[in-house]
Design a protein around this ligand. Structure first.
Ligand code: FAD
Ligand code: SF4
Ligand code: SF4
Length: 409
């Protein structure tokens, strides 16, 4: 049970300061720390330096001879993976929270900093420090939204924790890595998940309202790699909706905040290990990025089954179509230009002929890069030269998007 006020509880959520309001900000928690000015150097949305950070964290930058590193960042190996016994209430099979449990069980860390569901709203993430392995079960599953997890680093240090693990989404992990050496911990393990198309929990409730006339009964939602959204309900029923049949046109144009349309690190390139699904063809997809990532995966021993990721289909046409739709949407949501009668057929066809496995993951990373360039150009052109790393420009070049005057350093 999450305790807001009790550091001795298995899952503790200390109170944190109110944030300073900022323009492009996902409230990762830095602005609530004792020195909010650290945002200037820590923020992914101000002046990120991915090559320098990759060098520091992984000992090298992306290797041009390994073409997938241009999409996914440095990695030692990529694998398809699943827990042999999937964990109840996990988003996929629970690899992420099981790693947290193992770190606590083996005494490798004093605490895991991650998100639990807010007791007042199960879809709202609430930052917590988990100090006992059994507490990780409460954190399973994905919640839509962001919350100030890094603000708990200072309370963690004040409690005397010296070795911690952080589970986080890319905008949180970038800031964590920037500050890592000043935080005073002996060791920080970083478990990242990919993240895209996030929105505030309040907006997300509006989406749930469109998906069901009993939105409170939805317990699970995932945008799967087979072009379907999976919904699970309290009575055990499961509903699968093809992406093309989602009520996207009914969402307000600002449903996705500008942060989440323009962030530049879909696959959490500065984590020791990234635990996602989009290259996994129905299973999970791990990117082991450095030696510490190997240690984290080893903690799972033979509880996890691993295999080679597959890849099929061609991404160029869907990415071109996406670019056209983002341009046509002129800042709104890119609704696919297609007659309604064709949508069910295309929804059936896409999982069979569209990009699959690693090609699906490459397509999604390219689409995100396209969005970053087009949305910043439209709304924050002055930010482009500092915010867009070279690898993003390289990803969009095949689609005819190149930096214009003043857009690149
Ligand atoms: C907003 C969002 C968007 C995502 N989009 C993608 C995507 O496009 N492609 C992809 O491959 N993967 C994506 N993921 C990751 C994916 O949903 C799974 O979380 C991941 O694959 C791990 O599955 P699991 O079964 O191992 O996780 P579990 O063992 O169930 O653990 C999930 C972990 O995620 C943490 N978490 C849950 N919600 C949040 C949140 N809002 N912010 C920070 N941490 C949170 C939990 O605290 C827990 O530690 C996204 C995650 C989030 C939060
Ligand atoms: S570092 Fe975090 S809190 Fe600061 S501006 Fe960036 S996202 Fe917001
Ligand atoms: S989409 Fe990007 S900016 Fe938004 S919460 Fe995820 S990592 Fe952060």
């Amino acid at each position: 049970m999450v305790r807001r006020d009790d550091p001795a509880a298995a899952v503790w959520a200390p109170a944190v300061a109110e944030p300073a309001p900022r323009e492009l900000c996902t409230d990762c928690g830095v602005s609530r720390m004792s020195d909010p000015k650290q945002c200037g150097q820590a923020c992914q949305f101000i002046k990120p330096d991915y090559p320098a950070m990759e060098l520091r964290v992984h000992g090298r930058t992306r290797d041009p001879a390994r073409s997938d590193e241009e999409f996914f960042g440095p990695f030692r190996r990529m694998v398809r993976a699943a827990m042999k016994t999937p964990r109840e209430n996990a988003q996929w099979t629970g690899i992420t929270t099981r790693i947290g449990e193992r770190l606590l069980e083996t005494g490798a860390v004093d605490a895991v900093l991650t998100m639990a569901p807010d007791p007042l709203d199960k879809w709202k993430p609430m930052p917590v420090l988990v100090t006992k392995a059994e507490g990780m079960a409460e954190c399973r599953g994905m919640r839509m939204g962001y919350a100030p997890s890094l603000a708990l680093l200072e309370p963690a240090r004040a409690m005397g924790y010296r070795r911690i693990a952080v589970i986080g989404i890319p905008c949180q992990i970038y800031a964590l890595r920037r500050l890592e050496q000043t935080l005073g911990f002996d060791k920080i393990y970083v478990i990242g998940t990919p993240c895209s198309d996030n929105t505030t929990t309040a907006s997300f409730h509006g989406f749930l309202d469109l998906l069901s006339d009993q939105p409170d009964t939805i317990t699970y939602l995932e945008f799967r790699a087979d072009y379907h959204v999976e919904l699970r309900f309290t009575d055990g029923t499961v509903k699968e909706i093809p992406f093309l049949l989602l009520p996207i046109s009914k969402l307000p144009p600002d449903f996705f905040p500008m942060t989440c349309r323009t962030c530049v690190d879909y696959t959490n390139t500065l984590a020791d290990i990234t635990v996602g699904y989009m290259g996994g063809q129905g299973e999970q997809w791990l990117l082991v990025r450095n030696q510490r990532g190997e240690e984290l995966l080893e903690l799972l021993g033979d509880e996890v089954k691993l295999s080679e990721p597959g890849s099929a289909g061609k991404r160029a046409a869907p990415v071109k179509g996406f670019l056209k739709n983002v341009e046509l949407a002129a800042g709104g949501l890119p609704v696919r230009g297609m007659p309604n009668w064709l949508r069910p057929f295309m929804g059936w066809l896409m999982p069979k002929v569209g990009p699959r496995g690693l090609e699906f993951a490459r397509a999604r990373v390219e689409m995100k890069a396209v969005e970053t360039v087009l949305h910043l150009r439209r709304q924050f052109p002055q930010r482009m030269k500092n915010m867009i790393p070279a690898h993003v420009w390289a990803l969009v070049k095949p689609y005819g998007l190149e930096p214009q005057d003043g857009e690149r350093k």
